[in-house]
Design a protein around this ligand. Structure first.
Ligand code: E4P
Length: 217
């Protein structure tokens, strides 16, 4: 399973990259708006530190402008994945951009039928949003389970990129279901380390080591 980081925070992305935990990055307009950063410059900076796919989302909703914006974003770096919304024009633009050799991430996927459209359009990634389904009382992980099954029934090459991840359980469940990728906010990624018995066990080992009076170096 690959880990993407859902963030535009370059400091955080670098820190996680140095740990060897970042296989790619996803961004979205809300993250950019919240950060106050320049979008194109941010994508360029992220692509300079991350070798894997970096999703950059178009702002247009009409086909022609989606194509123009997508091509412009893809020019920033070879590892840019053009992120398009899973609407009619997005699917059409995906087909065109994918046939030109670009990586496309179809985002805002909330149903198996939408995921099928993404696969048919040749998307490199489809992003089903788990947390936002949970928020409206629908089990988000059920969608992941279904999409993974359907894609494997037909050996679609589109990768399932689990998005809107809110906690480590989402990550573990996605792994058990065989999803290709999860994109995690840094706060969730750091939480993957946590277990009270690890901390307790380490403190005990350190205290016992101290009693031995020995040194390794
Ligand atoms: C993924 O590509 C999206 O940017 C992200 O996962 C959305 O998460 P949210 O629902 O927490 O905003």
């Amino acid at each position: 399973m690959r880990f993407f980081v859902d963030s535009v925070d370059i400091v955080e992305i670098k820190k996680l990259t140095e740990l060897g935990l970042v296989d790619g990055v996803t961004t979205n307009p809300s993250l950019i708006a919240k950060s106050g950063q320049n979008f194109l410059e941010t994508i360029e900076k992220i692509c300079a530190v991350v070798a894997g796919p970096v999703s950059a989302e178009v702002a247009a909703t009409d086909y022609e402008d989606m194509i123009l914006e997508g091509r412009k974003l893809a020019k920033i770096a070879k590892n840019v994945a053009i992120k398009l919304p899973l609407i009619e024009n997005g699917v059409r633009a995906c087909k065109t951009l994918a046939s030109e050799g670009y990586m496309v991430n179809l985002t805002l996927c909330f149903s198996v039928s939408q995921a099928l459209l993404a696969a048919k359009a040749g998307a490199a990634f489809v992003s089903p949003f788990v947390g936002r389904l949970d928020d409206i009382g629908i089990e988000g992980m059920d969608l992941i389970d279904d999409v993974v099954k359907v894609f494997s029934n037909y050996e679609f090459s589109t990768q399932v990129l689990v998005a809107s991840v809110r906690n480590p359980n989402h990550v573990v469940e996605a792994a058990l279901m065989g999803a290709d990728i999860v994109t995690l906010p840094p706060s969730v990624l750091w939480k993957l380390f946590d277990h009270p018995l690890t901390e307790k066990g380490l403190q005990l080992f350190l205290a016992d080591w101290e009693k031995t009076g020995q040194a390794i170096l």
